[in-house]
Design a protein around this ligand. Structure first.
Ligand code: NAP
Length: 299
């Protein structure tokens, strides 16, 4: 007797109009997931559709703005109606911002960044959690090495990404006790995305906006352009492969650096490189067994 074919697992990804989200949507569809590729502006879906055509995969493209709770709820309800299940969420949507230090920036700019990069992640995760619990599913969020190591002139983004890691690290053992594995995938520098591209902002405008910090900013830019990210760069497709591996792993790690550079950079801050020390500790606090994970990256 042949076993009945397993239903495709359903994954919802946020922010798929470009970059890592787009690459992840294609990679999950290729890997056999029914892929709900969401974006805030359906008019910006052309690149995604073209990529899907080229890869000969089907995507279920839907609207979801992570800063609009109604749009999040509508989208998750729609997935429940269509598929009756949701096995995984990839919180990918994110923004960078031009952030010329505490004194020169505004609280509004800080809040705007956290709205997307932190509260957006929270909103989507909360809306999806009942379905993820039912499916004993996965909650994967794109973090950043800047969520562990503070980066000069990047305060809002670092604050938001640190918040994401703290939130997920706190949630992970409790979610695991209810069947949901939580991971944060941590890239370093990804070359082929729209991240940090501001057509109206150039070195001159940044220096002007940096006021008394202009000299420090110039030193920082010198470091960035001469040695800053040497060896860091990878492609969105490479990051997407790590996300798929994390979704498929029997026992995914909590913190999953996307290449050896990211792992080494994190080690500047952490001795607990893959998050297993803190997770194992927290597991014992709530009566879970300690488990080895199988998504360790090369060191
Ligand atoms: P990207 O190409 O700019 O993609 C960001 C995506 O987020 C876009 O699809 C964007 O949609 C979407 N988005 C922004 N605000 C949204 C909202 N309110 N609701 C829903 N979607 C929204 O950048 P990326 O590099 O692929 O970034 C993806 C993730 O990776 C982010 O979380 C980022 O922090 C993280 N990351 C990136 C790097 C890197 O070097 N690029 C490194 C580490 C981590 P629109 O097209 O509509 O704006």
């Amino acid at each position: 007797m042949t076993a009945a074919p397993r239903e495709p697992r359903v994954v919802l990804i946020t922010g798929t109009s470009s970059g890592i989200g787009l690459a992840t949507a294609i990679a999950t569809a290729r890997a056999g997931f029914a892929t709900v590729a969401t974006l805030r502006d359906p008019a910006r879906a052309e690149k995604l559709r073209e990529a899907a055509d080229r890869a000969a995969v089907r995507l279920d493209i839907r609207r979801l703005d992570v800063t609009e709770p109604d749009s999040v709820a509508r989208c998750v309800d729609g997935v429940r109606e269509t598929y009756g299940r949701l096995d995984a969420v990839v919180n990918n949507a994110g923004v960078s911002n031009f952030d010329p230090t505490l004194e020169m920036s505004t609280t509004e700019a800080l809040r705007a960044n956290l709205e997307v990069n932190f509260f957006g992640v929270v909103e989507v995760s909360r809306a999806a959690m009942p379905l993820l619990r039912a499916a004993r599913g996965r909650l994967v969020t794109l973090g950043s090495v800047h969520g562990n190591v503070g980066q000069p002139f990047n305060e809002a983004y670092c604050a938001a990404k640190f918040a994401v890691e703290g939130f997920m690290e706190s949630l992970a053992p409790v979610a695991e006790a209810h069947g949901v594995k939580v991971s944060v995938v941590v890239p370093g520098f990804v070359r082929d995305t729209s991240f940090g591209i501001f057509p109206d902002i150039n070195r001159k405008t940044i220096e002007a906006a940096s006021g008394p910090y202009a000299g420090t900013f110039a030193d920082y830019i010198h470091w960035v352009t001469h040695q800053g990210w040497e060896g860091a760069g990878q492609t969105a497709a490479e990051v997407a492969d790590v996300v798929v591996r994390t979704l498929r792993a029997e026992r995914p790690g909590f913190r999953v650096p996307t290449n050896p550079w990211a792992a080494a950079y994190l080690a500047n801050k952490l001795t607990d490189r893959d998050g297993s020390v803190v997770q194992d500790l927290a597991r014992t606090w709530i009566g879970l067994r300690q488990e080895p994970d199988d998504t360790e990256q090369e060191r």
